[in-house]
Design a protein around this ligand. Structure first.
Ligand SMILES: [Zn+2]
Length: 206
């Protein structure tokens, strides 16, 4: 039987396995490396990620909460979790299909397989708010930078509409409405994605 690593290398999309505590055990390298190059981060080495929990790399407590819930459900039921997320770059709108599948070992222990497949990619004029690297360089040593919340799943931005209310708008609208790139982005969950990940999922099933 071919080894596990060669299987991960062959799988479509970015794929990695974890143990039941979501600690990364192996990463499929060809797609990882291709994705890193496409995102102008060719040195993004996969190796340091192995052995660390995925929660170290997910920004925003509410976002980590969604992954925690999904993982718990997958481990408990054996049913894969499948959902959409966005992973934009400045010049590309990118939609991903995420799947989390339980792996059952012979000794009854479990692991998880995570797959991130690109299902849609559309080029667009650069939107610098998605240039996280450039913004983080600029942010060093800056005080009093406004904070804008970005939904990690649909990548819309929260616009303060007064009275503690938020309107979630696309980055294009954010710029049309005078938004700027030099902001500290905090990652969260918009109302629609909250409903999708918490309420709808926990409601009655067909
Ligand atoms: Zn959202």
């Amino acid at each position: 039987m071919p080894n596990f690593r060669s299987l991960l290398d062959a799988i479509d999309g970015i794929a990695y396995t974890t143990d039941a505590d979501a600690r990364i055990t192996a990463i499929g390298l060809p797609h990882w490396n291709r994705f890193a190059t496409a995102n102008e981060a060719p040195d993004l080495d996969a190796h340091p990620y192995v052995g660390r929990p995925i929660f170290d790399f997910i920004e925003g407590e509410s976002v980590r909460g969604v992954y925690r819930e999904r993982i718990k459900e997958v481990l408990g039921t054996g049913q894969a979790a499948i959902f959409a997320t966005r992973c934009d770059g400045p010049k590309v709108k990118r939609e991903l299909r995420v799947s989390i599948t339980r792996l059952d070992d012979e000794d009854q222990s479990h692991g998880l397989l995570f797959q991130f497949e690109i299902i849609d990619e559309v080029s667009r004029p650069a939107l610098d708010i998605y240039d996280f690297k450039a913004v983080s360089v600029w942010l060093k040593g800056q005080a009093d930078v406004p904070i804008v919340t970005m939904c990690s799943f649909c990548q819309r931005l929260a616009l303060d509409s007064g009275n503690d209310a938020h309107e979630w708008i696309s980055a294009e609208h954010y710029y049309h409405r005078g938004g700027v790139s030099k902001v500290r982005v905090s990652h969260g969950l918009c109302a629609d994605c909250y409903t999708e990940h918490h309420e709808e999922r926990l409601g009655p099933r067909a």
